[in-house]
Design a binder for this molecule. Structure first.
Ligand SMILES: NC(=O)c1ccc[n+]([C@@H]2O[C@H](COP(=O)([O-])OP(=O)(O)OC[C@H]3O[C@@H](n4cnc5c(N)ncnc54)[C@H](OP(=O)(O)O)[C@@H]3O)[C@@H](O)[C@H]2O)c1
Length: 200
């Protein structure tokens, strides 16, 4: 398969890329990758697909949301998280569908904060839940047998110290375990799924 990995230079995307490289042709895209794309910029997504052409699977592991308690935030902070984590990935699906082969798959990334609150996590919760709601609903209407799933990781082993500290009491998921969920989505047959990737 030809697999486009947006965020393929990051912690999660890099692990996915490493796990797939032996069996598949991988195209890595990000703001600093060989294939430029900024998911905040719709035109750059269009330009990416013009350059790359048809692919058989599209993975996204990118985006961020601010941390903060609601009383310390404004709606602009929530909009930033939604724009970066949710709308960017949604745009990738909307535009990518025209460039995805029949039966091809999308695999997006949400996060455990979509369903389990931590201190100052509400912007991530909102953005991650939006990704998952989109996956469940849009998967039913994609054309040509295309599939759409999300992976919902807990904190990933190897994350920077700051995020790791916030997840005290959580067992980090090993990247080697995490990537199995992406592989299940890419090489399997299911659609509309949210695959949990929690540590032991
Ligand atoms: N790490 C965790 O523990 C964890 C747990 C649950 C969920 N998640 C979620 O998983 C996703 C990836 O996390 P990660 O830890 O792998 O992050 P990361 O190591 O910071 O990597 C992020 C990747 O996304 C790319 N990227 C960032 N902004 C982009 C944009 N606007 N357009 C295109 N590419 C962009 C980055 O490359 P460039 O800088 O070159 O663009 C990089 O390749 C995030 O949504 C994160 O919230 C992470």
């Amino acid at each position: 398969m030809r697999v486009l990995v947006v965020g393929g230079t990051g912690l999660i995307g890099g692990a996915v890329t490493a796990a797939l490289r032996d069996r598949h042709e991988i195209v890595v895209a990000s703001r600093n990758a060989p294939q430029y794309v900024d998911l905040d910029d719709s035109a750059s997504i269009a330009a990416l697909f013009e350059r790359v052409g048809v692919v058989d699977a599209i993975v996204s592991a990118s985006g961020h949301a601010p941390w903060g308690a609601p009383q310390a935030l404004s709606v602009v902070d929530y909009a930033e998280g939604l724009r970066s984590k949710a709308l960017g990935q949604i745009d990738l699906v909307l535009q990518g569908s025209r460039h995805l082969s029949d039966g091809g798959s999308f695999t997006l990334t949400s996060g455990i904060l979509a369903v389990e609150p931590l201190s100052e996590s509400s912007p991530s919760a909102v953005a991650g839940a939006a990704v998952e709601a989109f996956v469940r609903a849009a998967a039913t209407e994609l054309p040509r047998g295309q599939r759409l799933n999300a992976v919902r990781p807990t904190i990933v082993a190897g994350s920077p110290a700051g995020p790791l500290e916030r997840f005290r009491g959580y067992h980090p998921v090993d990247p080697a375990d995490l990537v199995l969920r992406y592989i299940r989505s890419i090489e399997g047959v299911q659609s509309g799924q949210v695959y949990e990737a929690y540590g032991a």
